[in-house]
Design a protein around this ligand. Structure first.
Ligand SMILES: NC(=O)c1ccc[n+]([C@@H]2O[C@H](COP(=O)([O-])OP(=O)(O)OC[C@H]3O[C@@H](n4cnc5c(N)ncnc54)[C@H](O)[C@@H]3O)[C@@H](O)[C@H]2O)c1
Length: 344
């Protein structure tokens, strides 16, 4: 397959990480980088032997670009996304899709009308440990799914008070900017779109909301989400725990790098679901078994691979129009719907 030329707009913290991930992929070629900060655009473009532009509009005049990776802050996604799809380019959208449901619906309609493909960079969807959990649930290996719990102590202390993340008009707030990842992942794992049943939030002394919590249900599974942007990179910690009739699944780190299964079932039933060789099975005093499968390459490499898998899926859809995307715009809209509900 001839590499699909991509242009990235927003060469900030995450944009640079994405560019390095894309640069390793044979399926795509970095053709252009745009940023309103001239220095960032020039430096990122030079690093990847690409053309530098100082606005999205200028980049969209470059006929060689087929996919646009939209890495600007969230409040610019609706306007930027519309410009991309109306120009006939395919869109690799950073989350959140948009800040509001109305904007998201218009963006999807315009993508359809302009016959372009659109996906969202939901990295959990490409993560081997989330994927193993989803396959275990779909095959009913551990019995029915009863409860899902996310505890996310995130590195908010590393974001200065002036960062757009703390301004709800720019980020959409914690549920929209960040929670969408986990609303989408829980919907995927459970097989249900989900609904929010209760919410609370906490603000710091300067008024910025830094902790949010909600209860939800996904079909017959109860769910709890907590996000606290109260830690630094040194102490951040994320744990997802799923309770099934026949055992417990735990995913650790916000981009999981391991899966732990505790169950009385034989490990023979589980081994084929695990992404990497499981460590020796240990018998606990209650007669259950503990299986742990880890990614030896570490979080950064797993994260990069998740981004690459998303872009690879879109590049394939661009070259093979019958290819179904694994993360659709409609799914992005569904998770945004839960985030908007939780923000009210
Ligand atoms: N999928 C993930 O795992 C993940 C992780 C982190 C961030 N993100 C998302 O990535 C996006 C970017 O986040 P970030 O942390 O890199 O932000 P950032 O503030 O570090 O970078 C944003 C960049 O966009 C540029 N920019 C601003 N307005 C622009 C405009 N009108 N035209 C062109 N460039 C413009 C800025 O100069 C900056 O370089 C956000 O939507 C965020 O939610 C996703």
């Amino acid at each position: 397959m001839k590499p699909v030329p991509i242009g990235l707009v927003g060469a900030g913290a995450f944009g640079l990480f994405c560019l390095d991930a894309f640069a390793e992929m044979p399926e795509v070629r970095i053709a252009a980088v745009a940023d309103t900060d001239f220095g960032r655009a020039d430096a990122a473009a030079a690093r990847h032997q690409a053309k530098a532009y100082y606005s999205l509009d200028a980049m969209l005049k470059d006929a060689s670009v087929e996919i646009v990776a939209l890495n600007t802050p969230p409040f610019l996604h609706a306007e930027g996304g519309l410009a991309v799809v109306r120009s006939g380019r395919h869109l690799f959208a950073e989350k959140p899709l948009t800040l509001t449901l109305e904007e998201g619906e218009i963006l999807l309609q315009e993508a359809r009308a302009n016959r372009v493909r659109l996906t969202v960079d939901y990295v959990m969807r490409r993560n081997p440990f989330w994927d193993a959990t989803t396959r275990l649930r779909r095959d009913g290996v551990l019995g029915a799914l009863l409860h899902m719990d996310l505890i996310n102590h995130a590195a908010g202390l590393d974001l200065p008070p002036s960062h757009w993340f703390w301004e709800r008009e720019k980020s959409g707030g914690i549920w929209v900017e960040h929670g969408v990842h986990f609303f989408d992942a829980f919907a995927w794992v459970s097989g249900y779109a989900g609904e929010i049943t209760g919410v609370q939030s906490f603000a710091r002394a300067d008024g910025a909301v830094d902790r949010v919590e909600c209860l939800a249900r996904f079909g017959a599974a109860a769910a709890h989400f907590y996000h606290g942007f109260t830690h630094s990179a040194r102490t951040e910690q994320t744990t997802v725990r799923l309770t099934f009739e026949q055992g417990y699944v735990t995913l650790r780190e916000w981009v999981p790098t391991s899966i732990e299964i505790v169950t009385p079932l034989s490990s023979d039933l589980l081994i084929d679901y695990l992404p990497s060789e499981a460590e020796p099975v240990e018998t606990t005093p209650t007669g259950t078994f503990r299986l742990i499968s880890r990614a030896p390459e570490g979080k950064s490499a797993v994260y990069r691979a998740c981004i690459q898998a998303g872009m690879s899926d879109l590049a394939r859809a661009v070259r093979e129009p019958e290819h179904s995307l694994s993360v659709t715009g409609q799914e992005a809209l569904n998770s945004l719907r839960l985030a908007v509900q939780a923000s009210r």
